[in-house]
Every structure is written in C-alpha cells, then in structure tokens.
Design a binder for this molecule. Structure first.
Ligand code: BT5
Length: 255
C-alpha cells in the first residue's frame, strides 16, 4: 500500500486544529457546501455536539482523543470514485484506522479489529468510531479515536476503552494523526483505482466474520456472519441455512 505514496500523501490540502468545536463533521460539511477544495482536515480537542451514526452522539473528554474530519470530493481526478462506490468509503476508512493504530501502537497488534461496518474494537471494546456523511458532490469522513483515557472521568455509562489503556502506556496523538492521514490518502487513491479491493483489504481486519450476530434493523436477523458482498454488505446465514444481506444498521456480536 505504502509504495503508492512515492512523492508523499497528496490528499491533505489544509489542516486546521481547533480547541473546541460543535462537531468536526459539521464544520467540514459546511466547508464542503461552501466549495472548499478536497483535503481540508479539521482536528478538534473537544466537541460539544460530537455526532455518531443515526443521530447518536460521540462523547470524549477534552484532550483525550483524536477527533477529525476530512473533506473529500470523490468524483474528481486523479482517481474518481463513482457515487455508487461511495458506500465503500467507511470500510476504506476503517482499514486506515486499524492500520494506523497498529503502526503507531505496536502493542495493539493482534488485539484490534473492526466490527462491521467500522467500529474499532480492542479486545471486544470500542475504542474508535467512524462517521461518513455525504451531501451533493462532497463526502465528510469523520474519525474519533479514544487515545488516552487513563485516569480520566469517562462519560456516565459508556463502555469504551482507549489505546493507551490497552497497552498501559502513552500514545502519541500527533503520530497517530499523521499515520492515519497517510493511510487514508493511500486507501482513497486505491479505492478510486480498484473499488473492489476495498472489501478485500478490509476483510482480514473484520472481527465480525465467523461470529454469531444479530443485525438490528427493521427486521432483526440472527445467525453467523459468513462474509461480505463486493459492495461491503454483511452476509448473515441463519440457523436454517438461509443467507441474508444486511446493508446498514447495527450488529451485535453474540459471543
Ligand atoms: C460512531 O457512531 O461510532 C461514529 C463516531 C464518529 C465520531 C467522530 S469524532 C470526529 C467526527 N466529528 C463528529 O461529530 N463525529 C466524528 P455509532 O456507531 O453510532 O456509535 C455511537 C455510539 O458509540 C454511542 O451511542 C455510544 O454508545 C458510543 N460512544 C459514544 N462515544 C464513544 C466513545 N468515545 N468511545 C466509544 N464509544 C462511544
């Protein structure tokens, strides 16, 4: 992957660091509407209205996490991605996140994985989330990684871990940011060149595969997660041997 980076990452056009924002996704979406070029990155120390998927919230004590959003315009050269392939971007981002975490925190190797579609789990507990939102011709890729929550009062009732807790040692937020942007750049360019490769690269890190799950959607489905479709949808085989394809929603690991 990295050999495609000869000449360095080209995705990033500007990086803005903000002490406090409502939501980095909100800021970058507004920039996208205003015609800002691809590659704006907004990083915040604290969010007052951090967003999760489906109207949920993302909470993180100030200064403990890496929270950022990147503006993409996937229809543009050099490797345009047709809108039909935009749903692959969350999976591409998940791969970049897990690879960056492993690269910067070697003690995590073998202990991190992606719960479909794109929660980063450390030994089964969530340590990062991804929110990809699109409007018109732009896409906002939002990533929140719990970097170091040691000794920090965590939000009430939240089952979460952080990278530093997992390895019982410090983790460099800025090294993680750099590692993530490099991998997002590579993954994004590869997605444009070979959309089918996004799922192939994602599968080895997906800890949902082979696990008994319930997908909570309009009609809940329980069975074994047996694979992904080329579009990145989850295939669940129920106890009668019937396959169900789940395109979105929340999946619960049953063991
Ligand atoms: C996500 O949603 O996991 C996507 C989170 C994306 C956050 C980033 S931060 C930078 C950018 N700007 C934003 O405003 N958002 C993005 P979802 O799968 O819906 O998970 C949300 C659920 O995870 C919540 O309902 C909580 O149960 C749980 N949660 C909230 N904060 C968490 C945290 N820091 N660590 C682990 N779990 C958390």
């Amino acid at each position: 992957m990295v050999d495609l980076l000869v000449g360095g990452p080209t995705l990033v056009s500007a990086v803005r660091w903000e002490p406090t924002v409502t939501s980095t996704n909100e800021l970058v979406a507004a920039a996208g509407q205003a015609g800002t070029p691809e590659g704006l990155v907004v990083v915040a120390d604290r969010q007052t209205a951090g967003r999760g998927r489906r109207g949920r919230s993302w909470e993180a004590p100030a200064g403990t996490s890496l929270m950022l959003s990147v503006l993409l315009r996937p229809s543009l050269p050099p490797a345009p991605l047709p809108p039909t392939s935009w749903p692959l971007l969350p999976l591409m981002t998940g791969t970049a996140v897990v690879e960056a975490c492993r690269a910067v925190v070697p003690g995590l190797a073998g202990r991190v994985g992606l719960k479909w579609p794109n929660d980063l789990l450390v030994e089964g507990v969530k340590a990062a989330g991804i929110l990809v939102e699109s409007a018109g011709d732009h896409v906002v890729v939002g990533v929140g990684i719990n970097v170091d929550w040691r000794g920090v009062q965590r939000p009430d009732g939240l089952l979460a871990t952080s990278l530093a807790e997992a390895v019982d040692g410090p983790v460099d937020r800025w090294a993680l940011l750099e590692a993530l942007l490099v991998r997002l750049d590579a993954g994004y360019r590869l997605a444009g060149l070979d959309p089918g490769g996004v799922v192939r690269r994602y599968v080895p890190d997906c800890v949902t595969l082979g696990v008994a799950v319930t997908a909570h959607g309009a009609a809940p489905v329980t069975g074994t997660a047996v694979g992904l479709t080329p579009d990145g949808h989850l295939r669940i085989r129920d106890e009668d041997g019937r396959d169900h394809v789940v395109t979105a929603g929340d999946v619960e690991h049953l063991r």
